[in-house]
Structures are given as structure tokens and as C-alpha cells.
Design a protein around this ligand. Structure first.
Ligand SMILES: *Cc1c(COP(=O)(O)O)cnc(C)c1O
Length: 397
């Protein structure tokens, strides 16, 4: 598959597996059954360490929505990571790990380890969150009034609207206060007796246009300065969000390059004691997971081989719909390849993974796989048509 210019298109060269891995995945799938979603915890640890090596002073809050498997949360927690959650169930996945802590440590934990980064929270959620004195984001006055009434113990972070130009998944149409109204909103919060601790932004997911970060940092610096000037209050947290790009193909620029740029801008714009957080989601999990599925049907339509496999776009391949990703389907088998269609198992024609996979001749029962499928994949899998999500298997845990 040619993928030039697509930040999330993978090419077959990147997807190719060495012989040892190939045999390991096939053996696992034969033993555990398919579809099998394999999470490699060694890779997750490697990704976290790479993030910390590039951003040693930035605390990483893993965006749980990218892949909410509790095993992943545990692995990252043990490394010292923190978490960005967006719903009460996600909050509880993380909170579950601190049940046995003494009260004092518990409160430190909430602030140091969890940010509730959905700017829109139902009243019921606010009422439940209040007891934990959480750090939560907001971006509008109605939300501020809700927080004042239903979660007055929360600390606040104002989410700003920043350019998402060229990012694979845009977020700026749905979230973020306009920079022009930011200081008024911060002032309104203080007037209501709430405390704004920080600013946050998100440049869009799989951000390959690094200028987005530079512009967002500049906007944040201006707002912090104006806030101090107009209210006399200090903003001490800056949350630079997610968007850190995964090398789905060789054209994606490296995180090292981004880090050099970001660190220089941060040093130029903010005081040393500014607490900087980030919310990497995709970067920590995308390349850590592999899906193995099985050919369950085969037909020829207009002379083209059509393979039906037991996973599809309502399931692990959901990222092809919601995440604008493409996942090449590859065979473990060798042989001359021809253009083939690959369909998911449900009765909907929409459940089409690709009409142009390059595959060798496959038979019923043969295994196929997709790599780099750890982010926004199984997280949005459904039970449509009675087909459950893929079975999860952990390696190197
Ligand atoms: C989804 C999301 C993230 C993670 O984004 P990635 O592009 O996967 O790094 C971080 N922060 C917020 C608020 C999000 O909604």
C-alpha cells in the first residue's frame, strides 16, 4: 500500500515481521484463538522511556482513552506515569490502584497522578468527582457554574483552543476556549471562589505539523502573563496535551525533533518552576499491539479474491472509521501476491477493511495480522451483530 503524505498510513515495510515474531504470533493465535489482540508491555515501557528521555522534565499523563486496558495502566503506573481520564469509569480504572493507600497519600496521588481532562462533565459525574478533590479541565462559563455548584473542591485547568492544522484527528472544533476570552473565563472562575491552577491545550492527534505546538505555547504564555497582570494570580501548571506522533511510516518526523523544538520554546517562554504536563495517548501504545485474525470465508467477486476474516471495522479495525487510520492486513504465508479485498465478519457491507490488500492466495483457517494497532482500536470495539471484541493477550508483562 502506498501511503505517501498520510500521517497514519502504514506501509508494508514497516508492517513486516521477522521470522521469530511471526512464529510466536502464529503459535499464540493457534493456542489462544482468534481474533487475538496482543499487548507487548516491553514495547509500552520502551515508549514511556523514550518519551521521558526526550522530555525529562515533563510528567506524562497517559490518555486512557487511547487504550483503557487496566494492564496497560498498571504497567505505566509502575513506571511512574500519570493518567488523563475523561469519564467516571476511566477515573475508577486508575483510582482502583490506590484503594489501599492512606488518606494523605491518596490526595497527593489524585493531583499528581490523575487529570480529568474532559471539559464537559455531566452533573452526576461532578457530584461523584467532588469527594476526590480532582484536577479537572473546563472551557466555558456554563461548565464553570456547574463545577461551582457540584464539584467546588475541584482544581481547575482552562483548556485553550489552538490550531490543529494538519493533525490527523482534529479536536479544535469541539473543545477549547478562544484565547480572546480566556482571561475573562479565568477571572470569572476566581470570582466564583474557584481556583484556576493551569492551562491546557491539544494540538490534534498524530500531529506532524510541529508549528501547532509552538503557536500553542506562545498563546499560553500570553494568557499566563495577562492573567497575572489582571488578577494578580499565578498560573503554575501548563498541560501541553497529546498529539505526539507515531512513526506509522518513515515520513513521520521523529519525537526527538519535536522535543528539541518544544524544549527550546518552553525555556524561552516560561519560568523554571512552571509545572509542565503532557497527555500522550497514541505515542505510548500504538506500536505495542498486534492483531491476529483468521480467514473464515473466501469468495471471488469480479475475479478478485475476497477474504472474510473474524475481525473488522466494528471491532479492532474501528480506528479506520474513528481514527482516520489505515491498517494493512498482512499474511504470515508467503507466495505471489495479488490485489484482494478483506472484509470483517458482520453482515454490514460497511464492514470492509480494504478493497486493495496485496495478499498471497489464502485458504479458510489461514491467519492474517496487522501491526501498530494499539491506539484507538480495541478501545472503540463494539459487540455489533453478536461478535464480541477480540480476546486480549499480554506478553512481556
Ligand atoms: C485524546 C486526548 C489525548 C491523547 O491524544 P493523543 O493524540 O493520542 O496523544 C490527550 N488529551 C486529551 C484531552 C485528549 O482528549
Amino acid at each position: 500500500m502506498t501511503t505517501t503524505g498520510s500521517a497514519c498510513g502504514q506501509d508494508n515495510a514497516v508492517s513486516h515481521m521477522d521470522r521469530g515474531s511471526s512464529e510466536m504470533f502464529q503459535a499464540l493465535a493457534r493456542k489462544e484463538g482468534t481474533p487475538l489482540f496482543v499487548i507487548d508491555h516491553a514495547k509500552i515501557r520502551e515508549n514511556y522511556r523514550e518519551f521521558k528521555k526526550n522530555f525529562p522534565k515533563i510528567q506524562a499523563y497517559f490518555a486512557v482513552k487511547a487504550n483503557s486496558n487496566p494492564g496497560i495502566v498498571k504497567t505505566l503506573m509502575d513506571l511512574g506515569a500519570s493518567f488523563d481520564v475523561a469519564s467516571m469509569p476511566e477515573f475508577m480504572i486508575v483510582h482502583n490502584f490506590i484503594k489501599d493507600m492512606p488518606d494523605k497519600e491518596r490526595q497527593d496521588f489524585i493531583w499528581d497522578r490523575i487529570i480529568y481532562a474532559n471539559t464537559i462533565k455531566p452533573i452526576e459525574t461532578l457530584e461523584e468527582l467532588n469527594q476526590y478533590k480532582p484536577l479537572v479541565t473546563f472551557d466555558n462559563i456554563e461548565e464553570l457554574k456547574k463545577i461551582r455548584q457540584h464539584a467546588p473542591q475541584a482544581g481547575l485547568v482552562l483548556r485553550l483552543r489552538v490550531p490543529n492544522t494538519g493533525s490527523m484527528v482534529e479536536l479544535s472544533s469541539k473543545f477549547g476556549a478562544d484565547p480572546g476570552e480566556a482571561v475573562d473565563l479565568i477571572k470569572a472562575a476566581f470570582d466564583l471562589g474557584l481556583v484556576v491552577e493551569g492551562l491546557s491545550f491539544h494540538v490534534g492527534s498524530q500531529c506532524t505539523n510541529f508549528e501547532n505546538y509552538v503557536v500553542a505555547l506562545q498563546i499560553s504564555a500570553n494568557i499566563i502573563e495577562e492573567t497575572e497582570h489582571r488578577t494578580g494570580r499565578k498560573i503554575r501548571i501548563l498541560d501541553i496535551g497529546g498529539g505526539f506522533p507515531v512513526k506509522y511510516n518513515p515520513e513521520v518526523r521523529s519525537i526527538e525533533e519535536l522535543a528539541v523544538k518544544l524544549k527550546a520554546e518552553i525555556a524561552r517562554l516560561f519560568p523554571d518552576d512552571m509545572e509542565i504536563l503532557a497527555e500522550p495517548g497514541r505515542f505510548l501504545v500504538a506500536n505495542a499491539c498486534t492483531l491476529v485474525a483468521k480467514v473464515v470465508g473466501k469468495a471471488y467477486r469480479d475475479g478478485k479474491p475476497c477474504y472474510y476474516i473474524n475481525d473488522g471495522v466494528y471491532h479492532t479495525y474501528s480506528g479506520q472509521v474513528f481514527d482516520h487510520c489505515t491498517y494493512p492486513v498482512l499474511a504470515f504465508k508467503e507466495g505471489p501476491r495479488q490485489i484482494s479485498a478483506v472484509f470483517g465478519p458482520t453482515c454490514d457491507a460497511f464492514d470492509t477493511i480494504t478493497l486493495s490488500a496485496e495478499l498471497p492466495e489464502l485458504d479458510i483457517g489461514d491467519l492474517v495480522y496487522s501491526v501498530n494497532i494499539g491506539a484507538y482500536s480495541i478501545a472503540s470495539s463494539t459487540y455489533f451483530n453478536g461478535f464480541p471484541p477480540a480476546k486480549v493477550f499480554h506478553i512481556n508483562q
